[in-house]
Design a protein around this ligand. Structure first.
Ligand code: G
Ligand code: G
Ligand code: MN
Length: 713
């Protein structure tokens, strides 16, 4: 006989009895009830260790049952069952956990006796998604007895200390800031978890003092970090704020004063509010939160997904960040449902212009997965545990090391030193040089000791020392680096690019990235005279660098026409869309040539498919010869070819077409008459359209093609 007592609530007697039978066989004491009142009655009288609850009952819905259990502080282990599907069970489990109930497991019906036995024997991992608040509540229940007086004493003596947990960019690992977490090591009673003393401090009216102490310790810490980090980058600090503190105007006035004292801008502070806290009284909360926002603080909705009415809260309140709860993040690898929640939350947050942070990142895979889903920031044991302020410098140094080795690995794996010789990268440097009307443009890769210059337009050395490269500084930051006049910047006076030809005076570079976000190098332009670089120029360079990223990540297997090696329609349209957007902003002229082979079907029919393939390959080769390196050349299936020419003027495209027809004549001379190629072409230019969209170019070039054909026949 075990000391387990199982109480079953199920309106279906047959199922109930079947479960009871199995349990009894295991030596478990069982009672069966079929209605809610009887169930509650048995709980008080018999005090079962385990409750098995059917969620769908005629007289009471499952959530009501759970709420009632929570109200009565029932601490029996719950097994939830239902025939209504896994999703409902998961949802109910989450709600139960959020209410502080202990969920042992889920049992979908028709039920599996083996699973039930395993659950009762405890040797099964608690199924995904069911532990949400559970762990915390258990922890709280176990911890030492403390009183309000203990907390007051700790506050008087300054015994509450702070731990800092880093928050980093999901994409490239760059440090964004820290979350400060209160810690209390009691001299006799040991470590008291915040889940114990925070709620008590809230109840006892001590929370505002505690919160103020958090700021008093954390702001000097932030200030010291700010000093050790070069450049104007400002670390952010996330602070958990209890809902009960929100209405304390004086607290926030004091915090503002502390900010001034420590040269910290309110914008650097992110106040984290739990979802339920933010929701209690929507109207009042909205007022308070709006006021805090107006003071400059950022607001974050913490543990998102564990409360209720989340969507509404999010849309209505002036939050700038959503922190998706760790229970979803930690189960994302195994739970389709968790992934759906994460994805939906990310999309929602982004559509509302909010940043999204994932907490509870415990593995490299988890980080990668969240990154793929488009999450902005990451926090968790895998990146860094909460740690004392003095440990942060070591952590940062170690992290720098880790990021650099990941960067080098990524560079190696992509084989970019070779890949960047491909014409598709020339296209981008060529555009950069033309759009900026500058001496030289290039893509630089930075490895351990060297900078490798690739796809260069203009005369540049293929390799320079990393330590002397501008680009080495660029990859240390996240945005474009601009040096308007090198001679006014002492960092570069030794650089050979400055002292020797080409005698660089101006530099602008923007980081380029691997598909997994590591900064590999830069897209850069240089000039031999100092120059200004406007906000719009920076945007343009950033857009070009993003196009380099896209090319690096492109799957050429999917983008290329296998027969000719030209782009296929997908490859063409993806690139054309980005180019059109860019060129539209800068009134740069693109032109389209649309080709249709006149006699292709005939050749295929008379000479066979092989011969047809040869014709297509030959025509592709002629196009490559006549058009410039960077132009987009594509075959749209069949015998249709398209060129998007980045020439910058219609005249240049016309010249290329003329060149093509000369080349074709030469080619045809050497072919036997059955294999000679004839084509029709239509020409259109963005100079002739207002909308700069691909559709307009297709339509115009097609009209042109047909009118020329008509004129010929
Ligand atoms: O690591 P950790 O065990 O610190 O945090 C447990 C819980 O306590 C979290 O929900 C966290 O938000 C909360 N918490 C930690 N420090 C503070 C604090 O200074 N103020 C408030 N209100 N909550 C805190
Ligand atoms: O409720 P809030 O999000 O403020 O609480 C943060 C809590 O999450 C703290 O208790 C912190 O110690 C904890 N935490 C931070 N990173 C991880 C992690 O990777 N795994 C787990 N299990 N807990 C984490
Ligand atoms: Mn938090």
């Amino acid at each position: 006989m075990t000391d387990q007592r199982l109480l079953i609530l199920d309106d279906n007697l047959l199922t109930g009895r079947a479960i009871a039978g199995i349990a009894e066989f295991m030596g478990i004491d069982v009672r069966l009830t079929t209605d809610f009142d009887g169930f509650i009655h048995e709980i008080s009288n018999w005090q079962p260790s385990h409750l098995m609850i059917d969620l769908i009952m005629p007289d009471k819905d499952g959530v009501e049952v759970l709420v009632e259990l929570a109200r009565r502080d029932i601490d029996s282990q719950l097994i939830l069952t239902s025939g209504a599907g896994e999703q409902l069970l998961q949802a109910a489990a989450r709600s139960a956990s959020a209410h502080g109930l202990k969920v042992l497991g889920l049992l979908p019906k028709p039920f599996n006796p083996k699973l039930f036995r395993e659950l009762m024997q405890h040797n099964v991992a608690v199924p995904e998604n069911t532990t949400l608040g559970g762990q915390l509540h258990q922890q709280a229940a176990q911890s030492a007895e403390i009183s309000a007086a203990d907390i007051a004493e700790a506050l008087d003596k300054g015994m509450i200390t702070m731990a800092y947990q880093p928050k980093v960019s999901c994409l490239n690992g760059a440090l964004s800031g820290f979350e400060v977490l209160a810690r209390w090591q009691h001299p006799q009673k040991g470590f008291i978890p915040p889940d114990v003393f925070i709620p008590m401090a809230e109840r006892e009216g001590l929370i505002d003092r505690l919160t103020l102490q958090v700021f008093e310790q954390a702001l000097p810490f932030l200030q010291s970090r700010q000093k050790t980090i070069e450049s104007a980058w400002k670390p952010k600090l996330s602070v958990n704020v209890s809902a009960v503190s929100l209405t304390n105007e004086n607290l926030f006035i004091a915090i503002e004063q502390l900010c001034q004292q420590h040269h910290i801008e309110p914008e650097q502070l992110i106040l984290e509010l739990t979802e339920t806290a933010a929701m209690d009284d929507p109207v009042k909360s909205l007022d308070t939160l709006t006021r805090l926002r107006m003071r400059g603080f950022r607001l974050s909705i913490d543990d998102f997904g564990t409360g209720f009415s989340s969507m509404l809260a999010l849309v209505r309140m002036p939050f700038s960040e959503v922190k998706i709860d760790k229970s979803f993040v930690m189960t994302a690898a195994n739970s389709h449902e968790s992934r759906q929640v994460i994805k939906a939350t990310i999309d929602l947050a982004h559509s509302l212009d909010m940043t999204i942070t994932a907490e509870g990142i415990e593995t490299a895979d988890s980080l990668k997965q969240l990154q793929k889903m488009g999450c902005d920031l990451a926090q968790g044991y895998y990146i860094g545990r909460p740690m004392a302020g003095q440990q942060i410098s070591d952590w940062l140094a170690e992290r720098q090391h880790l990021l650099e080795s990941q960067r080098l690995q990524s560079l190696e794996a992509l084989n970019l030193k070779e890949v960047l010789h491909e014409k598709r990268f020339m296209r981008l440097t060529r555009m950069a040089r033309q759009l900026f009307n500058t001496n030289a443009s290039y893509i630089a890769l930075i490895d351990t000791d060297n900078q490798w210059i690739r796809a260069a337009q203009g005369k540049l050395p293929a390799r320079t020392k990393r330590a002397e490269a501008f680009c080495n500084l660029t990859i240390m930051q996240d945005k474009t680096l601009v040096i308007n006049n090198v001679h006014e910047d002492p960092r570069f006076l030794q650089s050979p690019l400055v002292n020797q030809p080409p005698y660089v005076k101006f530099y602008a570079g923007c980081p380029i990235h691997s598909p997994s976000g590591e900064k590999l190098g830069t897209m850069s332009i240089i000039d031999t005279a100092p120059r200004e670089f406007s906000e719009a120029d920076q945007q343009l360079l950033t857009a070009l660098a993003a196009m380099v990223d896209t090319e690096i990540a492109a799957n050429l297997m999917l983008d290329q026409d296998h027969l000719t090696g030209l782009l296929n329609r997908r490859g063409f349209e993806n690139r054309a869309a980005a180019l059109l957007t860019l060129c539209k902003q800068h009134s740069y002229v693109l032109s389209m040539c649309y080709f249709d082979l006149d006699n292709f079907k005939q050749i295929s029919a008379l000479q066979g498919q092989r011969a047809g393939d040869e014709v297509l390959k030959n025509f592709a080769a002629l196009l490559r010869g006549a058009f410039a390196d960077g132009d987009l050349l594509a075959r749209f299936g069949g015998d249709e070819f398209v060129v998007l020419s980045l020439s910058g003027s219609l005249a240049v495209s016309k010249a290329a077409l003329h060149d093509l027809s000369t080349r074709l004549d030469d080619f045809n001379q050497q072919q036997n008459p059955g294999l000679r190629i004839a084509y029709s072409v239509g020409l259109a230019s963005t100079a002739d359209i207002s909308s700069f969209d691909l559709q307009a170019l297709y339509t115009l070039s097609d009209e042109d093609l047909r009118s020329r054909r008509g004129a010929r026949s």
